[in-house]
Write a protein that binds this ligand. Structure first.
Ligand SMILES: Nc1ncnc2c1ncn2[C@@H]1O[C@H](COP(=O)(O)OP(=O)(O)O)[C@@H](O)[C@H]1O
Ligand SMILES: [Mg+2]
Length: 466
């Protein structure tokens, strides 16, 4: 590489040296030959100008002049027209060297500038591309002919290719909305929609569309932003559910308090007079009153339990064992109803929690499952761990399922579809799971069954050691 760099310099220097030597070693009388040699000097000068631009042309012509001048003085010794001619030619060397050098230099600078601009442009494009690709939103540009000139990386995690994008836009009626941007009746479009990704996972997409204007302000297309808001939506839903539960709980406990006192009075008086009553019919009636008051009290106690702050007794809990114990407790009840309760596919998992409360929560779920299978069926309980982060317990029944329209009411206290239900089971369960910083999800298909999924956090590794 280095040698290559110097090669041209060597050639130029050697040329200058050879031509000068020719001058010095040729007899002074051979004028035409000297003329010829002199013109040969243009060769290294022009070569240098091309190679090293202005600096090359100028320096080489100067060097040539330096080499040539002594020869002139040496040979002529006097001033005549021929000597003046020769000196003029020396001037020409300089002029040619500089002009050629200047022209090459100018061209070179122009080329460099262009190169620089191209690199800058490429960098800029790369930069914008990188920015777009690092966005957490999907970005899609759409032109007036409904072509998609560009998408960012995130957009392609939602859709396989532009065709799929357009199909989706068509399906959710977005193209019709976008027309409103094109004909100026609307500035932006905002909508939410459900989408199934390539791996069939269901996500909630927030879609926003804005016009893309060119420099003259004319609309050239639209920019579409896509955000996966599945988690946000779920969170919003859970917060709403918790708020509603808290509000209802508060109200209910207020009412329960008020009702408990009159009930207590009714019960005490009934118990007092039942001894003095002789008539067996009235006696039986009073017994029923006492029994019903007890039943009402039980509901109230449950309700107050639900609303009252409770001190959780947190201990390490072997979930697999815990589920086997739960099976012993509930199997008999299941058998009576023609339901086979199984614990299958159990992984080992230790969580931290309040045994009594978790048992109450799980029993509520199992009972609901069994009660949903009036003509018998199967209730499978499974336990697995996910990412060393969650212990997930699933209760899968083959019962009648939950209609979509009541799915978000089933957590409400007192919401029940059963004749003798209290409607408190799931609200209590939900609260217990929440207190354990867990998650509760229910999926259900009417006529097929229901899956209740409880996720409890696994203790972090370092906590395990101490
Ligand atoms: N596994 C299930 N299958 C079908 N429906 C269910 C299931 N679990 C809960 N439900 C529905 O949710 C409602 C509320 O349940 P819950 O809060 O436990 O109260 P309750 O059992 O007293 O009705 C039930 O009445 C029922 O309609
Ligand atoms: Mg219940």
């Amino acid at each position: 590489m280095k040698l290559e760099n110097y090669k041209d310099k060597y050639i130029i220097s050697i040329l200058v040296l050879i031509i000068s030597a020719l001058h010095y070693f040729t007899l002074e009388g051979y004028w035409p030959i000297h003329d010829f040699y002199r013109r040969l000097y243009y060769l290294p000068i022009i070569l240098a100008a091309f190679k090293y631009r202005f600096k090359g042309g100028f320096l080489t012509s100067l060097i040539v002049a330096l080499f040539y001048t002594p020869h002139l003085i040496f040979y002529f010794g006097e001033i005549n027209i021929q000597v003046i001619n020769q000196f003029l030619e020396l001037g020409m060397f300089l002029v040619i060297g500089m002009i050629t050098g200047y022209l090459v230099e100018k061209d070179y600078r122009k080329r460099k500038l262009l190169e620089f601009q191209i690199i800058q442009l490429a960098n800029l494009e790369n930069y914008t591309h990188n920015i777009l690709d690092s966005l957490h939103s999907g970005v899609i540009a759409l032109d007036k002919e409904y072509h998609i000139p560009s998408t960012n990386r995130k957009a392609l995690t939602f859709f396989k290719n532009p065709t799929e994008i357009l199909q989706f836009f068509e399906k959710v009626n977005l193209l019709k909305e976008i027309d409103k941007i094109f004909n100026g009746t609307q500035d932006t479009i905002e909508m939410e929609s459900i989408h199934y990704k390539n791996d069939q996972t269901k996500i909630n997409l927030k879609i926003m569309a804005y016009p893309i204007n060119n420099i003259t302000g004319k609309k050239e297309g639209v920019l579409i932003l896509l955000d996966d808001i599945t988690d946000i939506k779920e969170l919003r839903y859970q917060i709403k559910r918790s708020e509603r539960l808290a509000a209802i709980g508060q109200l209910a406990s207020g009412v329960a308090h008020e009702v408990r006192n009159p009930l207590g009075i009714i019960k005490t008086i009934s118990q007092t007079i039942v001894h003095d009553v002789k008539d067996s019919d009235i006696k039986e009636g009073i017994d029923i009153i006492i029994h019903e008051v007890d039943r009402a009290n039980k509901v109230i106690k449950e309700l107050l339990d639900f609303a009252k702050p409770y001190k959780y007794q947190v201990k390490k809990l072997d979930l697999a064992n815990f589920l086997r114990e739960l099976l012993v407790l509930t199997k008999k009840y299941g058998e009576q109803k023609g339901v086979a309760v199984n614990v299958i596919g159990v992984e080992e998992a230790i969580v931290e929690g309040d045994q009594d409360k978790l048992r109450q929560a799980f029993i509520n779920i199992v009972l609901n499952g069994i009660q949903a299978m009036e003509t018998g069926g199967v209730l499978n309980i499974m336990l697995k761990t996910i990412d060393h982060q969650w212990a997930v317990i699933t209760f899968e029944d083959t019962g009648l399922g939950i209609p979509e329209e009541i799915l978000d009411k089933i957590y409400d206290p007192f919401f029940t579809t059963k004749d003798y239900g209290t409607g408190l089971g799931l609200s209590i369960t939900h609260r217990i799971i929440e207190e354990h910083e867990g998650k509760m999800e229910i999926e259900s298909t009417v006529g097929e069954g229901t899956i209740v999924k409880i996720s409890l956090p696994l203790p972090k590794k370092e906590e395990k050691n101490d």
